[in-house]
Design a protein around this ligand. Structure first.
Ligand SMILES: Cc1cc2nc3c(=O)[nH]c(=O)nc-3n(C[C@H](O)[C@H](O)[C@H](O)COP(=O)(O)O)c2cc1C
Length: 396
């Protein structure tokens, strides 16, 4: 006989699954079969759901606890409206964006997402090829299934590198020296998962998956690193992904370790943004790991204004989380972000269609951003400003 709590949990799960648009999409004949059929990037989610085993889709989809922060990332954008402007000559809209001395085609980059072999047999490589084709900024994850050298060679230039502070400093040092030698210009330190987290949606999807996972994932925490090329030659015995002792002292040490620009990813408050600047950080990524870090219930677009204010123009502020439309990109730029990153959308494209899927996701967002710019009379990224948007009482 099930306890009351167990019954409650079971009921919640069943209603979650029954009400999930993802499940409906999986059963629906309408899941797209070709990237060209996609009307918007959300069309790729159902296609990815169909292509992936349940546990891998759960890893991609999950937030933490009740997924409230995951939802808040979307809902935040829905409370911001655009302020269209008329009779501006908009025959051209220039999306080019300068960051640390490099000019990118657009302000839309690819966020670091680990373990991409869970989504495609070739792992990161189709994404790298799409980034090369589209001249998009790409951040490679510490947890990638492809080495920084292989990515640099397929990309035609070294990527930005995302660093997880492992539990041992000497491992951090080795990784930093290796990526600097590979020519990476920017190091992005992710600091938002140190506390630990409950990825409940992932666990629920795992239960729908009847495959044996141990063969791929191993059974010990160290096994996570043994399959990662960036840890080849490093003693990973006892190594853990997080380091709860991490502090600003660690950031200052890291800054001295290389000549790469140092960005911090996972900032959500003005106080921490101010500390970033005081501790010599070169840029800030406003992020809650796509709602996977903690259940703050606050979307990144809602965190952005206080961070931009605290940074005071001294370092660039970038943002990710919940970007699904060109209008979302526009809103983030209007509120002071210099560029944005997408996570899940390009992975949906990867899972469903490989390189063409990732390219189509980028194309759709670029087209939508261009439209929003023209509708608001902005002919260049620099012309998008605070007066381009307003806040609404209700969700749009
Ligand atoms: C499956 C998955 C794996 C991720 N892996 C990493 C990672 O290895 N390093 C990291 O800094 N962020 C990681 N992230 C977070 C993303 O970089 C990014 O912050 C987030 O996906 C943005 O939100 P979005 O998915 O709503 O676009 C991951 C996100 C997902 C969905």
């Amino acid at each position: 006989m099930l306890s009351r709590d167990a019954l409650y949990n079971r009921r919640r799960f069943l209603s979650y699954v029954a009400g999930s648009p993802l499940l409906l999409a999986q059963q629906s004949p309408e899941a797209i079969g070709d990237p060209k059929e996609a009307l918007n990037v959300l069309d790729f989610e159902a296609a990815a759901r169909k292509a992936l085993p349940p546990a891998h889709f759960g890893y991609l989809a999950t937030g933490v606890d009740d997924d409230a922060t995951l939802r808040a990332n979307r809902e935040g954008f829905q409370r911001i409206y655009l302020r269209p402007r008329r009779l501006v000559d908009i025959t051209r809209a220039d999306l080019r964006t300068d960051l640390f001395g490099t000019t990118w085609e657009t302000p839309i980059g690819l966020a670091p997402v680990g373990n991409q072999k869970a989504f495609h047999a070739e792992g990161e490589l189709p994404v790298v090829r799409a980034a090369r084709e589209k001249q998009a900024l790409q951040i490679l994850s510490t947890a990638a299934n492809t080495s920084v050298e292989d990515v640099a060679s397929a990309l035609g230039r070294p990527p930005w590198y995302q660093l997880y502070p492992t539990s041992r400093w000497e491992v951090t040092e080795k990784l930093v020296h290796r990526v600097e030698a590979a020519g990476c210009p920017v190091l992005v330190l992710t600091i938002d998962t140190q506390a630990g987290r409950h990825t409940e949606t992932q666990e629920r999807f795992k239960r729908l998956d009847k495959r044996e996972c141990k063969a791929c994932h191993g059974t010990r925490p160290e096994d996570f690193y043994r399959r990662k090329p960036m840890f080849t030659g490093i003693d990973v015995e006892g190594l853990r992904t997080s380091n709860q002792a991490l502090s600003w002292e660690h950031v200052r040490r890291l800054k001295k370790l290389s000549s790469m620009k140092l960005l911090i990813k996972g900032i959500e408050t003005g106080e921490d943004a101010k500390l970033c600047v005081e501790n010599g950080v070169d840029g800030i990524v406003v992020s809650n790991h796509g709602g996977r870090a903690e259940e703050s219930g606050r979307g990144t677009i809602d965190c952005l204004p206080e961070i931009v204010e605290a940074a005071g123009g001294r370092v660039p502020v970038l943002l990710d989380g919940g970007i699904r439309r060109g209008t979302d990109v526009f809103k983030a730029l209007a509120l002071g972000a210099k560029a944005v990153f997408i996570g899940r959308p390009y992975v949906w494209g990867l899972a469903a269609f490989g390189q063409p899927g990732v390219e189509r996701v980028l194309d759709i967002l670029r087209t939508e951003l261009t439209l929003a710019m023209k509708q608001c009379g902005a002919r260049s990224i620099g012309e998008i400003g605070r007066s381009s948007v307003g806040y609404s009482e209700r969700r749009l």
